[in-house]
Design a protein around this ligand. Structure first.
Ligand SMILES: O=P(O)(O)O[C@@H]1[C@@H](OP(=O)(O)O)[C@H](OP(=O)(O)O)[C@H](O)[C@H](OP(=O)(O)O)[C@H]1OP(=O)(O)O
Ligand SMILES: Nc1ncnc2c1ncn2[C@@H]1O[C@H](COP(=O)(O)OP(=O)(O)OP(=O)(O)O)[C@@H](O)[C@H]1O
Length: 491
């Protein structure tokens, strides 16, 4: 891309999260990703460049090893004319959701990341006439903590996402709780995965978005403005799934189309389209801990029907969900076991601040950094080296718990499908597809105390307001002492 010929009119607002804002090119399959920061907390150009370099290095040298070459797109840093960036910022400002405007896009440094547009198929450089559907899923944490450091029994039974839902609804972040449970999605069991995906379609929150030809057609633009009209969605999807059947309509048709969509997403999520270095590394056995969440609506339904055994078929080793789960499980000690180790590192840094760079706390995220992550021992020998390895592994796990998966699908005729491109079959169509992972920015070392506090809040809220209400004995105990934020232990 020629930076000097940049024209803001060729770019449009695409989306944003808490840390970055993304614009897409109208003709080419690329996006620009800009960092964001709170007003009046602008970083210097050098700091922005350093941050972006860290993001690229981390994707290239670390996350590619965990996820595989094809799934990760680390992108490159681009220096843009400041005038272009300022004009672009003005142009897209009206498109931005209000809830994201507490932070401003960086317009002072001129640096951004240039990445492939993952809402397009990865084999095409230019926007092409072929219709493309893209499903973005932010799956969140797919396992129940197995660490012996966990102090509350509930954490061994109910997953963090399901507990967190209650706090989020109470705080007004979402109007309704979602029935989605990540442990079902990561189970590898098709029935459970179908249920999880259907729940995401019912209440997308910030966990599901659907794009058609690069445009958002389903999901939340804003925390307030969510599109969840299945009839409208089916209207968009019909040409993809039933290209020659113009007559089918009505609720039955909507359900059929949504079912087809869920089926195709499940198959692509279970497909293996890449190998990776860490794939051969023995990380954490998926069988550790409980394989289902007690709060999952799917599980509750089974229990209601007198069935008590939830199946988890396990994920195929090569699929992106498996790799994501393995990376998430680098959180072996849980934040409760990790926090004292973080404090050990902090204490050491207080004594030897000059060691911060040798310890690679803030990078560089290179081959040496990756190599140190491979030590999976959990036996604490009291050293700073042990504490640091666990802290860095925890940061990787947190990153994998917050990343998103992009599935791009394009219908193809039988003779069009080449052997190089994976294909997935729906009942009336076949699709070529690509699966990628995005938002792999390493979570900051400094966020660990926040994680510790948030964990306590989520669990306490759940115990006090949800579990206690389900349990008459607990409920009366809480009523007797409304101030009690302390957690009750089983006797
Ligand atoms: O802590 P969580 O699980 O609420 O995750 C945060 C996300 O909230 P979510 O629960 O997905 O709605 C949150 O997403 P939203 O901004 O709420 O869409 C961010 O992704 C946040 O990451 P960062 O700290 O900005 O890098 C995420 O924070 P991290 O914990 O990943 O740092
Ligand atoms: N390479 C890409 N291709 C297409 N769309 C993208 C790409 N990168 C990001 N996006 C879109 O932009 C949105 C915001 O990007 P991203 O998730 O990286 O932001 P973030 O601020 O880091 O997120 P978070 O809030 O999770 O920290 C994504 O949800 C996705 O829809």
């Amino acid at each position: 891309m020629e930076a000097e010929k940049m024209d803001e009119n060729e770019w449009k607002y695409h989306g944003e999260g808490n840390q970055s804002l993304v614009v897409s090119h109208c003709q080419r399959c690329v996006v620009l990703r800009f960092l964001k920061s709170p007003p009046n907390q602008n970083k210097t150009s050098e700091e922005i460049l350093h941050h972006l370099q860290n993001i690229v290095d981390f994707g290239k040298h670390v996350m590619k090893q965990f996820f595989g070459e094809n799934y990760v797109h680390h992108g490159e840093i681009i220096q843009l004319p400041l005038d272009f960036v300022r004009q672009l910022c003005l142009k897209i400002q009206p498109e931005r959701p209000e809830s994201r405007c507490d932070k401003d896009m960086d317009t002072l440094s001129g640096y951004a990341m240039c990445l492939p547009n993952l809402t397009r198929l990865q084999t095409f450089r230019f926007v092409e006439p072929r219709p493309i559907l893209c499903i973005e899923i932010k799956p969140k944490c797919g396992f129940i903590p197995f660490s012996s450091h966990v102090s509350q029994e509930i954490k061994h039974k109910v997953c963090r996402y399901c507990m967190h839902q209650h706090l989020k609804v109470a705080n007004g972040k979402w109007k309704r709780p979602s029935k989605y449970c990540p442990v079902d999605l990561f189970s590898g069991n098709k029935q459970r995965m179908h249920f999880a995906l259907k729940s995401l379609l019912q209440e997308a929150q910030n966990n599901l978005k659907i794009f058609k030809n690069g445009e958002l057609i389903y999901g939340c633009k804003d925390d307030q403005e969510c599109s969840s009209d299945w009839n409208e969605l089916a209207r968009h999807l019909k040409p993809f799934f039933f290209p020659s059947n113009g007559l089918v309509s009505g609720p039955h048709c909507t359900r059929t189309i949504v079912k087809e969509l869920i089926h195709v997403i499940t198959l692509t999520l279970l497909s293996s389209t890449d190998a990776c270095r860490a794939g051969d590394m023995k990380t954490v056995p998926v069988s550790q801990g409980r394989s289902y969440c007690e709060a999952s609506a799917f599980n509750k339904e089974l229990v209601r029907n007198g069935k008590h055994k939830l199946e988890s078929s396990g994920l195929p080793r090569g699929c992106l969900l498996y790799k994501t789960l393995q990376a998430q499980m680098l959180d072996m000690l849980d934040i409760e076991g990790l926090y004292p180790l973080y404090n050990r590192v902090e204490q050491y840094l207080e004594e030897f601040p000059e060691e911060r760079s040798t310890l690679q706390i803030d990078g560089p995220y290179n081959e040496a950094f990756y190599e140190k992550l491979l030590d999976l021992s959990t036996e604490d020998d009291g050293t700073i080296a042990f504490a640091l390895t666990k802290v860095q592994q925890y940061r990787i796990a947190m990153t994998a718990k917050d990343c998103s998966i992009m599935i791009a699908l394009s219908p193809c005729l039988q003779d069009e499908c080449s052997e190089q491109r994976p294909v997935v079959l729906a009942s009336k169509t076949r699709f070529t597809f690509s699966v990628s992972v995005l938002d792999l920015d390493l979570k900051p070392y400094e966020s660990i105390p926040h994680q510790y506090k948030l964990d306590g809040k989520i669990v306490n809220y759940y115990l006090k307001n949800v579990q206690a209400k389900d349990d008459p004995v607990m409920s009366s105990l809480f009523k007797e002492n409304e101030d009690c934020t302390l957690v009750l232990h089983k006797v």
